[in-house]
Design a protein. Structure first.
Length: 283
């Protein structure tokens, strides 16, 4: 049997020649392997690549703020739940006597707080009332000072009243006649009077000075002009009563005219005098 007829040689002839393995582009030894196999051949596993993609995290500022807020909210909820659980568990395991004592303590604390609230409200009301009272007292003091100033003649005054003009062409009008007019006006409710620019007050005196009259040492001449503040409906009739001031002056041939007015100004002032001996009893 020849060499070509040997079984091994015959089998080799029937098989094609071995084709060397193809070298993929760039002769990459791992070119024909799957990705995982290539990564493993390069020394990097899939898990390592996953961890590398997750860490370090790439967070924006907004994401970081939201994460912190969520963390704080979760922490607060956890603390609250834990606290409620502890208190609930404590009360759940407490005896009836302990529960009654806790309720009593809560009632006492509530009552103390209510009393404190009422006390503070009372103090507030007292402060408000004291402030109002002080303001009212101040207003009353100012009003009283103004009234006393009008009576004393130290401040000007205005209001409704009458103007009385006495014409004395014969020179027959004397001081006592003018004083009677002042007294009648005061009795009728006159609050402020001045005659010929001289303020008439409680201590005013009138005296004759020849053919004229002096008021508190100030000489005045006819015509005598009275400016009086008061209720006109009371002042005018007081002068015109039978046998009163007007009839007396007319008998002396003087002419008297009375005019009502809604605004009379008494602006003649007297200097405030300090008494020599009298002192306030409150000092």
């Amino acid at each position: 049997m020849s060499d070509d007829e040997q079984p091994a040689n015959r089998l080799r002839k029937e098989l094609p020649d071995e084709v060397p393995p193809s070298r993929s582009p760039a002769d990459d030894p791992a070119g024909g392997l799957p990705g995982a196999a290539r990564g493993e051949r390069n020394g990097v596993t899939g898990r390592q690549r996953l961890l590398k993609g997750l860490w370090p995290p790439r967070l924006t500022r907004a994401q970081l703020i939201v994460a912190l807020l969520l963390f704080g909210l979760g922490f607060g909820l956890a603390v609250q739940v834990a606290s409620n659980s502890e208190s609930d568990s404590a009360l759940r395991g407490a005896r009836q006597e302990d529960l009654v004592r806790i309720l009593d303590e809560l009632d006492d604390r509530t009552q103390r707080l209510e009393d404190e609230k009422q006390g503070l409200e009372k103090q507030r009301d007292e402060l408000e009332n004291s402030s109002d009272q002080a303001e009212e007292a101040r207003k009353q003091t100012l009003e009283k000072e103004r009234q006393l100033g009008i009576l004393a003649g130290t401040v000007a005054a205005q209001g409704p009243g009458i103007t009385v003009t006495i014409e004395d062409t014969k020179g027959t009008v004397e001081a006592d006649m003018l004083l009677d007019a002042v007294q009648e006006l005061r009795a009728a409710g006159a609050e402020a009077i001045q005659v010929n620019g001289v303020r008439v007050v409680a201590g005013t005196y009138l005296a004759d000075a020849g053919n004229s009259v002096t008021v508190d040492g100030n000489k005045i001449n006819a015509p005598y002009r009275f400016q009086v503040i008061g209720k006109p409906q009371d002042l005018e009739p007081a002068l015109n009563i039978p046998g009163g001031v007007v009839q007396t002056l007319e008998k002396e041939q003087a002419t008297v005219t009375v005019e009502r007015s809604s605004k009379i100004v008494v602006d003649a002032l007297r200097a405030a005098e300090r008494p020599d001996y009298a002192r306030s009893s409150s000092q």
